[in-house]
Write a protein that binds this ligand. Structure first.
Ligand code: SF4
Ligand code: SF4
Length: 415
């Protein structure tokens, strides 16, 4: 079966019932059928059966999908929407005429550099210097960055610290060793969220696990896949599988970013050369499922907190209950229903750069909702969402931190 027929065979499972429509963030904003899951599936079917040409308008409707997979979760026909759109975008990338613009070229080069491990270290170092000297601020104010399409990226950067270069091995801090795990940090956590990486290693060591951090690991490839570059996603997948499988006696690959976990778990559907030997778990799942040492106590949470549940955790990993169970280990933590937000925040990989207008509306909806409970801290387990929310809060002049739940757990450790 060729790729077109394969995509059509998946799309044919859609019975056009429309139950997914109220779940779709882009449909909720536009009320346009072409911006809904059902509409996008129909567009793909029309294109692949020769009734529609892959025009700019058609590809735009597909590109404006956030890949949040909220539609997939509720679909009674179990339509694999995420796979359909990823496959269709990869095919379109091969077949559609390229539309060039200076902004697009600069954005693409910047993203590729950021998602390349060595490139991102250099780029982040330069940006850190520009941030410290105020050059970045001036460039942002002068509209120069807007002109070249980089203002969104720069606006979303946190205060940049020195890049964390993890060692390859961190031994357990307990007498009894419970096992060995491999840590998948993602391509940007060491640069943009080093505190969470360090907290994860420390917690796992305190739980009795030896932690390996394979130095040669590369980007998980999710962003490339969602942008239609399937070949690069496959290349990254093959490399990660080869590198991580080299460390022996590992029980689990632990991933720190929900979006990366989801991608690592779906490597096989990309047609990789091999598979991971250890199982893949998000750190949320892992810490929820293992028994906690009896001597590990947490301090009570005195601040009001709010929780953003990332789409990748909810709709792909389907592990939001595990996150709740984990957070409820913190004494006195209060998470009333209106302090929990589980819709797309508009970050969605590179979406916030590509479609800032839609992304901003979703970000503001998320912040309006989260701020209702007057939190002093917001918890988010996906780096992209955390950066998106923090940028929005800064723009609103609200000094509220957005942190990963594992960092919160580690901060609450009694000793
Ligand atoms: S994707 Fe699923 S829920 Fe949506 S219209 Fe098709 S069958 Fe119905
Ligand atoms: S993945 Fe999200 S944005 Fe895309 S069609 Fe489904 S619900 Fe809508």
């Amino acid at each position: 079966m060729d790729t077109s027929d394969y995509i059509l065979s998946l799309a044919d499972r859609c019975v056009k019932c429309g139950l997914c429509l109220p779940q779709c963030p882009t449909y909720a904003l536009t009320e346009n059928e072409n911006e809904s899951p059902r509409g996008r599936i129909a567009l793909i079917q029309g294109w692949l059966t020769g009734q529609l040409t892959p025009s700019k308008t058609l590809t735009n409707h597909l590109d404006q999908c956030l890949l949040c997979r909220r539609c997939e979760r509720i679909c009674p026909s179990v339509v694999p929407y995420g796979e359909i759109i990823d496959q269709a975008k990869a095919l379109l990338q091969v077949k559609k005429p390229a539309h060039f613009s200076l902004q697009k070229i600069i954005t693409n080069i910047s993203l590729k550099t950021l998602l390349n491990k060595n490139g991102s270290v250099v780029l982040i170092s330069v940006l850190r210097l520009f941030q410290k000297t105020g050059i970045l601020f001036l460039a942002q104010k002068s509209q120069l960055l807007k002109l070249i399409g980089l203002h969104r990226l720069v606006e979303t950067l946190p205060q940049l610290e020195k890049t964390f270069k993890p060692k390859s091995f961190y031994p357990a801090l307990t007498q009894e060793i419970r096992g060995a795990v491999s840590l998948f940090t993602g391509c940007l956590s060491n640069q943009l969220d080093a505190k969470t990486v360090k907290a994860s290693i420390h917690l796992l060591n305190r739980f009795g696990y030896d932690v390996h951090v394979p130095g040669q690991q590369v980007c998980c490839g999710a962003l490339h896949l969602h942008e239609g570059d399937k070949q690069q996603a496959v290349n990254f997948a093959n490399k990660n599988i080869k590198i991580i499988n080299q460390t022996k006696n590992i029980s689990t690959i632990i991933s720190l970013v929900n979006g990366c976990t989801s991608q690592l778990r779906e490597y096989q559907s990309l047609g990789t050369l091999e598979s991971f030997i250890p199982e893949v778990k998000d750190i949320i799942e892992f810490l929820c499922e293992i028994p906690w040492p009896s001597n590990l106590e947490l301090k009570a949470m005195t601040k009001p907190v709010a929780l953003q549940i990332p789409c990748s955790l909810q709709n792909s990993l389907r592990a939001e209950e595990k996150l709740m169970t984990l957070l409820q280990r913190i004494p006195d933590i209060k998470l009333p229903p209106n302090a929990i937000y589980n819709r797309c925040c508009g970050a969605a990989g590179a979406y916030f750069i590509r479609f800032p207008h839609i992304s901003d509306q979703l970000k503001n909806q998320a912040l309006d909702n989260l701020e209702q409970s007057s939190p002093e801290l917001i918890i988010s387990s996906n780096l992209g969402c955390a950066l998106q929310l923090k940028a929005g809060l800064t723009r609103r002049n609200h000094d509220i931190d957005v942190i990963h739940p594992v960092l919160l757990l580690e901060q609450q450790l009694k000793v």
